[in-house]
Write a protein that binds this ligand. Structure first.
Ligand code: ADP
Ligand code: MG
Length: 411
């Protein structure tokens, strides 16, 4: 079925066409009809399968065909997302789909001045995309009115309902009218979170696409056994062997991100870093430059692992394995988006084998091993050895990691 055949208002169909969306993806095909009927939906579908439009399309159709009841600082649809980057991105998707329809979309997130955001909310919004921090901040100052909420959407739902956010979410839900419609969307979910989610909805329709493998079929992912001290050589080699590719490199901490950047710089490779140590403006500039391809190598911590949709990322490298197993799915899910294919490679050192086992248990299957012959391994390390300068910092960091692990296992 094509979007043309849906009973949508004309400008929505036109906007879908402009975006190049001809056919709904699986999750869109399944989630749109019950949402249009006003039902609550709990939807699980892998990364990059078009979940944003799966909730945005029917929401826009519903809002545009109902009579608006706005008040000062009110919103008719509230979309909750965990990060600034996602708030900007999701608000953008709504704006593209809403062109010419006359609905008002506002994105609110921290790290930037609040006055502009307040001004945009003054006469009420149709769709408000928000991170919890800024949303509660504005609400406590009286700049948000929840009385008119018709639809509540929680994206990256498992994360939003995790400890730390759950109290906020419950508090929010108590303030929203009971007869609202609630939609949960997520790529990963566990039983505990599922129970929590069910407690917040009424007879939700549950939609789950390929639940057995949380990694999208568009992603070829493998692991190579590389010792901590040698990872830098393999990263250098990998980047040089793929001179035209956009590569997203994940590391464990912001300190490590900066060290990997410096290490690459020493061998003449330009890159940028993104992590919580940078302010919002910097993060946006860096994200834009990676999106546009101006910079092709981005070193990131898990802050940008969830939800962010960057065009044409060909490779994800897990320079360090993620400490939380489900983050593996979110990291590799930055590639292979929409109809594109992507590749992911994880560098696993001896110390990280335990984490690898946890990830494989989470995926309920082993990750393909990319074997490196001893000769190949030595050559990679040798060639790079010439450019050896101050790798001490990375090694020190590695030692600190080992010490931390030792302490943990002693407990
Ligand atoms: P998810 O939230 O499931 O990880 P997104 O909503 O970010 O995925 O969408 C992933 C990519 O797929 C985006 O680049 C989006 O533009 C594209 N996309 C979404 N729906 C369609 C569609 N029906 N046809 C073609 N591309 C689509
Ligand atoms: Mg998403």
């Amino acid at each position: 079925m094509k979007f043309e055949q849906y009973n949508f208002i004309a400008p929505l169909k036109r906007n879908l066409q402009t975006l190049g969306f001809r056919k709904p993806t699986d999750i869109q095909f399944k989630a749109i009809p019950p949402t249009l009927k006003g039902e609550d939906v709990l939807a699980i579908a892998q990364t990059g399968t078009g979940k944003t439009a799966a909730y945005a399309i029917p929401t826009i159709q519903l809002l545009s065909t109902r009579s608006a009841q706005k008040e000062q600082y009110s919103t008719r649809c509230l979309v909750m997302v965990p990060t600034h980057e996602l708030a900007i991105q999701v608000a953008d998707v709504f704006k593209q789909l809403i062109a010419g329809i006359g609905l008002h979309v506002v994105g609110i997130y921290g790290g930037v001045e609040q006055d502009k955001q307040i001004a945009l909310l003054k006469n009420g919004a149709d769709v408000l995309v928000a991170t919890p921090g800024r949303m509660f901040d504005l609400a406590s100052q009286g700049y948000l009115n929840f009385k008119r909420v018709e639809i509540l959407i929680i994206d990256e739902a498992d994360h939003m309902l995790e400890l730390g956010f759950i109290n906020d979410m419950e508090q929010l839900i108590r303030r929203i009218p009971r007869d609202r419609q609630t939609l949960f969307f997520s790529a990963t979910i566990n039983e505990h979170i599922k129970d929590l989610a069910y407690g917040l909805v009424r007879h939700a329709v549950r939609i789950q696409i390929s639940p057995k493998d949380p990694v999208s079929k568009n992603i070829d992912h493998s692991v190579a056994f590389i010792e901590m001290d040698d990872k830098r050589f393999f990263l250098e080699r990998f980047i040089n062997e793929n001179p035209d590719s956009k590569i997203l490199v994940f590391v464990r901490t912001k300190v490590r991100a900066e060290r990997v950047l410096k290490a690459l710089e020493r061998v003449g490779i330009q890159s940028q870093t993104i992590h919580s140590g940078k302010d919002q403006k910097e993060r946006s500039t860096i994200m834009d430059s990676f999106k546009s391809g101006k910079n092709r190598i981005l070193i990131a911590t898990d802050v940008s692992a969830r939800g962010v949709d960057i065009p044409n990322v060909e490779f994800v490298i897990n320079y360090d394995l993620p400490e939380v197993a489900e983050n593996y799915v979110h990291r590799v899910g930055r590639t292979g988006r929409g109809n594109q294919r992507g590749k992911a490679l994880s560098f696993c050192s001896t110390e990280e084998k335990e984490i690898l086992t946890e990830i494989e248990t989470y995926l309920s299957k082993p990750i393909t091993v990319m074997t490196l012959s001893k000769g190949e391994y030595e050559i990679t390390v040798d060639i790079s050895e010439e450019s050896e300068h101050d790798w001490k910092s990375l090694l020190d960091d590695h030692q600190a990691f080992k010490d931390k692990k030792k302490k943990k296992s002693k407990k």
